[in-house]
Ligand binder design. Structure first.
Ligand code: BGC
Length: 251
């Protein structure tokens, strides 16, 4: 099936037409900035630009950086809080005049990696991470998604009596905000990996998102608690996974 996949991130909205059987992109990627403040009218204007660009007549899948339950946004840590409670899938459906499906962005990226990437058909518990503006997590047992894990919001102890949300400490945005060298960021990321490993005991951890293509800058600095792999689909995964989820829910 051909589906338009959209990946809404903290800084950009990215979209491409996807062949959901092969996972291949059928068009170039189209990217526009995510509006800030990301209130609904501004978000819909940006999505209208995506619609105008593709003039797509078919199903649409959209990844969103927050908890999604029954197609409704329940959290929006890095976007405007007024989006909470919005059925964004329905809004997209009205805008595009097509059926649309909404899914958490990390869950989408993880689905793509499990179907087409290096996590394909691997048994056991895999924890997939997307590291960008926030930290997204997607948990899989024998290739099946356990939706809406939000380990990026786990509290980490980062000093005596000092705690911090993991994504404020170890996301790529924290590296940029604190002007860290890759080796300094790797130290924080390593702490994060050990903390989530202690709680979840995954068989392997897969790193996706923007930092996956920078592996050569930090992988050697990490002493991972379990096998640690770099996602092969990198930042294509979010778009492919959103399309996959829509194809699975399209009747
Ligand atoms: C959100 C997650 C999302 C992650 C990556 C976090 O702030 O709570 O739902 O997957 O950012 O975008």
């Amino acid at each position: 099936m051909e589906v338009l996949g959209i990946d809404i991130g903290g800084s950009g909205m990215k979209a491409a037409l996807v062949d959901t059987t092969s996972g291949e992109w059928l068009t170039e990627r189209f990217r526009i900035d995510t509006p800030h403040p990301a209130k609904l009218p501004a978000m819909l204007d940006a999505l209208a630009e995506v619609s105008e660009h593709f003039k797509w007549q078919g199903p649409v899948g959209c990844g969103f950086p927050g908890v999604i339950r029954e197609q409704t946004i329940l959290t929006a840590a890095n976007l405007h809080k007024s989006l909470i409670g919005i059925k964004l899938g329905e809004e997209i459906s009205k805008l595009f005049g097509q059926s649309a499906w909404l899914i958490n962005d990390a869950d989408a990226a993880g689905l793509a990696e499990v179907r087409f990437g290096l996590a394909k058909e691997r048994p056991g518990v895999a924890l997939f991470l997307t590291i960008g503006t926030g930290i997204g997590t997607a948990l899989f047992t024998d290739g099946k998604l356990v939706p809406n894990s939000e380990l990026g919001h786990m509290l980490m102890k980062i000093g005596k009596d000092k705690y911090c949300e993991a994504e404020h400490y170890a996301a790529d945005s924290a590296r940029q905000r604190d002007d860290l060298k890759w080796s300094q960021w790797a130290e924080r990321f390593d702490e994060f990996l050990h903390d989530i490993y202690a709680l979840m005991q995954p068989d392997e951890i897969i790193i996706g998102g923007g930092v996956a293509k920078k592996g050569h800058k930090f992988m050697d600095e990490i002493d991972p608690p379990c096998p640690l792999l770099l996602a092969t689909l990198q930042n294509r995964a979010g778009i492919i996974g959103a399309a996959l989820a829509a194809a699975e829910h399209h009747s």
